[in-house]
Design a protein around this ligand. Structure first.
Ligand SMILES: [Zn+2]
Length: 171
């Protein structure tokens, strides 16, 4: 396993729509393991999408279980080809991103979602969640469509903030 370098805005890969994963081969399995390790290398990090580590495929890893804003959590989730099937309600909350380490912003998201995807064995799964975990899923799935949280900010003047300092990555 390896900790991967995270691409920063405005890298071109971050703006591309990612390819569907049709076969879970050795390469995809290794990418999953490396993304899990990379996610855990950032204190407080709750999600990472494959394009952030330079692979333009539809894969996200989410683990919101330890975050203080989390109410419902499914633990560590590895989702291939995730699609939001249902969304309900509306929330505005502060978001940050490893690919935009110097900023945070207020983004409007659905309060409750249903996501269908495949797990790392290729089996279909469906997750229903709300609150902070639902926001994390929406943020990471956006990455697979080339969308960053800054693209969803309504007023760059009022809703985008400079971050004072990002917690240091574990050595
Ligand atoms: Zn992000």
């Amino acid at each position: 396993m390896a900790v991967l370098e995270v691409l920063q805005y405005p890298h071109e890969i971050l703006k591309k729509k990612c390819a569907l994963i049709e076969k879970i081969d050795y390469r995809i399995n290794q990418l999953i393991n490396d993304m899990i390790e990379s996610l855990h290398s950032f204190p407080g990090c709750v999600g990472i999408a494959a394009p952030q580590v330079g692979c333009s495929v539809q894969l996200i890893v989410v683990d919101a279980s330890k975050h203080k804003k989390t109410t419902i959590s499914h633990g560590l989730m590895i989702l291939l080809n995730p699609v939001i099937r249902m969304q309900e309600g509306e929330v505005i909350s502060g978001e940050g991103c490893l690919s935009l380490p110097d900023y945070t912003g207020n983004v409007k998201r659905a309060a409750k979602i249903k996501v269908s995807a495949q797990n790392r064995m290729g089996q279909p799964i469906e997750i229903e969640t709300k609150g902070f975990e639902a926001i994390v899923f929406q943020h990471e799935i956006d990455h697979l469509n080339g969308i960053l949280f800054v693209d969803r900010i309504i007023s760059l003047k009022k809703d985008l903030f400079r971050r004072k300092s990002y917690k240091k990555r574990k050595e």
